[in-house]
Design a protein around this ligand. Structure first.
Ligand SMILES: [Zn+2]
Ligand SMILES: [Zn+2]
Length: 216
């Protein structure tokens, strides 16, 4: 641990590795600020349990089902036997596996024995969430990859919520950089940088010419 209290004025004030905000005095020495820890804890909590997002994915598996706000979605596109995205999230390799992979990593970092999984996927999801939440304080304080963990949990929660509410994922569009390279962006992108070094702000990037679909 660095000594943030000595000669702090001569150095850049330590920041949260997750949100890059300056750490408060009582957060010095931590990898992430308490706000990022709390947000990650809320995301984890939202995934678990019989009324959680993971459980709700099963309801999202059928095409054309009623969404939580009562609309019926899926009528505009050709029906598929199963909606693939919720399946990818709920099957092995999805939410549960990603959470378990992090838990194994934490056990290794703490010098603990490999965790054991019990029950079906829902029970394993709940088990992994519980263990991660129990050790979140440690991870936000000491785990060098806490920001990656937080970002991944946040992305998982967002992906599940999108499936459960029927909100379509943001479409990606391909635009051409002045150098000819293709950049993949979304409408809400804050900006983009090409490997050639060109930097585009939000409006600039959306004014770039569209790349032909098969060009890249
Ligand atoms: Zn933070
Ligand atoms: Zn370029």
């Amino acid at each position: 641990m660095h000594q943030a209290d000595t000669a702090a004025a001569e150095y850049d004030w330590p920041t949260c590795t997750a949100c890059s905000r300056d750490l408060r005095y009582d957060e010095l020495g931590r990898m992430a600020c308490r706000l990022c820890q709390r947000r990650t804890d809320e995301h984890l909590a939202a995934l678990a349990g019989e009324h959680g997002l993971y459980a709700a994915l099963h309801g999202a598996l059928a095409p054309g089902r009623a969404t939580m706000d009562g609309r019926v979605s899926g009528s505009r596109t050709a029906p598929l036997p199963l909606r693939l995205e919720p399946l990818n999230l709920s099957a092995r390799g999805g939410v549960v596996t990603i959470l378990q992979t992090w838990l194994i990593d934490w056990h290794e970092a703490l010098g603990w024995r490999h965790p054991r999984w019990e029950g079906d996927l829902q029970q394993q999801c709940d088990q992994a969430v519980k263990a991660l939440r129990n050790n979140l304080e440690w991870a936000a304080t000491e785990h060098p990859a806490f920001s990656e963990f937080g970002a991944e949990v946040s992305a998982l929660t967002r992906a599940c919520r999108r499936q459960v509410t029927g909100e379509p994922p943001e479409r990606r569009i391909a635009v051409l950089c002045a150098c000819g390279a293709t950049l993949r962006v979304t409408i809400s992108t804050p900006g983009a940088r090409c490997s050639c070094g060109a930097q585009y702000g939000r409006t600039e990037v959306l004014e770039l010419p569209l790349a032909l679909r098969n060009a890249a």
